[in-house]
Design a protein around this ligand. Structure first.
Ligand code: DGL
Length: 265
């Protein structure tokens, strides 16, 4: 029995899609969440910058008593996670490998589309990871830089968002994909619009799902799982806490607990 929280972080509201999955699959686990909203979006940041941000955030989450860390951010997972893991004693998992694994299992034709931030797509990390699981797989990628700023504003149903989605997904559909990976934790909020564009023949992979399955197995193996809920999730951000609570509550369709502002630097 270990009642300490799971530390989860992202650049903003995206990682809440992972928290939602934790609440549903592991309801007895408590989360301490950090959204780096003062520095969102991460998609255009350099690997050096991302490494510095992750170090600061992980130290904060460890200071909050975390027993296990989930980097609920594909941009970070694709570029710096392997380095960060070596620097800390605490177990850390990202969302990219579980997402790549889920995609390799879901495809029937081997033709897999990936949507992600510019940084994630530029790193080719999904392509490399998917090919480790499915050597003959063909990966088609689409960088979607407009989406995170729109989602951070809560603009999930705006014309601008839907138009951008059409533009980003059309080249992937032209490649006759049968699986589409939502390679950014912000994108599951747009899943209904995405499904309308791809139609029923394309399976949508949300890496958050596989990530929480992997985390659950790891917690059990490490003897770190909690057996009873000992408190509510806690939320902290580097930017505006009121905006985060408002947008997060709207996107999740649930009232988020009050958020506090924390200055990491
Ligand atoms: N939600 C993050 C990801 O999964 C970061 C997006 C961003 O800040 O650009 O990539």
């Amino acid at each position: 029995m270990n009642s300490r929280p799971i530390g989860v972080y992202d650049s903003g509201v995206g990682g809440l899609t992972v928290v939602r999955e934790i609440s549903s699959k592991l309801p007895w686990e408590r989360v301490v969440y950090f959204g780096d909203t003062a520095r969102v979006p991460y998609g255009e940041k350099t690997a050096e910058e991302l490494l510095g941000f992750s170090r600061e955030i992980i130290k904060f989450l460890i200071g909050q008593g975390s027993k296990y860390i989930i980097a609920a951010c594909n941009t970070t997972s694709s570029q710096v996670l392997e380095y960060v893991k070596l620097e800390f004693d605490i177990p850390i998992i990202g969302v990219l490998r579980p997402g790549a694994y889920a995609a390799s299992k879901a495809t029937r034709t081997g033709r897999i589309g990936v949507m992600g931030t510019s940084g994630t797509i530029r790193s080719c990390a999904y392509e490399k990871a998917i090919k480790e699981y499915l050597a003959e797989g063909k990966v088609f990628s689409s960088a979607c830089p407009q989406l995170v700023p729109l989602i951070e504003k809560g603009a999930i149903n705006s014309e601008e968002t839907i138009r951008a989605l059409h533009d980003y997904i059309a080249p992937l559909m032209a490649e006759d994909i049968d699986v589409l990976v939502l390679g950014c934790t912000h994108y599951p909020y747009l899943i209904e619009h995405i499904k309308r564009i791809t139609g029923p023949r394309v399976e949508i992979v949300d890496p958050a799902r596989e990530t929480v399955t992997v985390a659950a197995a790891a917690l059990q193996e490490l003897g770190l799982q909690s057996r009873e809920k000992t408190g509510q999730h806690e939320f902290a951000v580097s930017g505006d806490p009121v905006l985060f609570t408002a947008v997060g509550s709207k996107l999740l369709g649930d009232n988020l607990a009050e958020t506090r502002r924390v200055d990491l630097s």
